[in-house]
Ligand binder design. Structure first.
Ligand code: P6P
Length: 285
């Protein structure tokens, strides 16, 4: 009977080591850039090495793909699972002491959203927390007194009050600006730090709402990467009772992914807010 427990334990060990590195190591930039063109912090590279090392001990893992690396690494040709991860998402926020995170998508045998069987994220903030989505449950853990302890499972409400609008406003399509302004006119509260993990974590825990990163004139396919960011959070939001769509109104988890670093416009949230997205985007799906 295949169990993912060794993978969740490896993520917990990585989380503890990365949290320590965030606290103790410097936040200087390295001389390298990643596939998305972002100049890498030394912490980006260190976090990637920590996760790759912890995963290297698990025979079940066939391949890993990191947002910080161009190509996948084959760990065990006879392994079964493929794990895509963003080791330190939003790392540029560390030097202003804002929360950041790690994101993991666990795929059965191939890099295909339809083959995703679990997703995990870790939040490095005032507290170290981990959320796992697997076998129908979204479980929430907090690191306290030397170990991760389980809290209440996570369920998102039908309608929330938080609005997290990503991207540069001057590059938003007109109908997107109308959508965002309409929610604010309805009394939604702005909750956006520029860190995908804490921003989506907050909406999940605080009753729901909308996180959006649209296609813009400067980034027509959005900014967030399908394999490492979009698909894992789509899996988590849907399992928590929420919705995750693209700008045509289709489920993000039905999208293909030709290149590991492909991006997609993405909307995550409660039912009411996602219905509003479809209304303003004229989506029929
Ligand atoms: P913008 C961080 O760089 C990141 O990849 C995500 O964590 C975050 O949601 C997004 O970019 C923020 O992008 O364009 O709104 O600053």
């Amino acid at each position: 009977m295949r169990t993912l427990e060794p993978i969740f334990e490896a993520i917990k060990k990585s989380a503890f080591r990365i949290q320590k590195a965030i606290t103790d190591e410097d936040t200087d930039y390295s001389s390298q850039s990643n596939q998305s063109g972002d100049i890498q912090l030394k912490l980006d590279i260190l976090s990637d090495l920590i996760i790759a090392e912890e995963f290297s001990y698990i025979p079940l893992i066939k391949a890993i793909a990191s947002e910080e690396k161009e190509e996948e690494d084959i760990l065990n040709p006879d392994g079964e699972l493929c794990i895509a991860y963003d080791p330190l998402d939003g790392s540029s926020l560390i030097d202003v002491n804002l929360s950041v995170g790690s994101i993991f998508g666990i795929y059965d045998g191939e890099w295909d959203a339809k083959k995703m069987i679990a997703a995990v994220y870790v939040v490095y903030g005032p507290r170290l927390e981990m959320v796992t989505a697997y076998k129908g449950n979204v479980r929430h853990f907090i690191y306290r007194h030397e170990r991760f302890r389980e809290l209440e499972q996570i369920h998102i409400g039908e309608k929330g009050k938080l609005n997290g609008p990503g991207g540069t406003q001057q590059f938003w399509p007109t109908h997107h600006k109308q959508l965002i302004d309409t929610l604010f006119d309805e009394g939604y509260r702005l909750r956006y730090s520029g860190g995908m993990v804490p921003d989506l974590h907050q909406i999940l825990l605080k009753g729901g709402g909308l996180f959006s990163y649209p296609g813009t004139t400067d980034k027509p396919n959005g900014k967030l990467r399908k394999l490492f960011e979009v698909f894992p959070f789509a899996y988590i939001y849907e399992l928590a009772g929420g919705y995750a769509i693209d700008d045509k109104g289709g489920r993000l988890l039905e999208l293909g992914c030709e290149n590991p670093h492909d991006t997609s416009a993405c909307f995550f949230g409660s039912k009411y807010e996602i219905d509003r997205v479809k209304e303003f985007y004229g989506a029929t799906k």
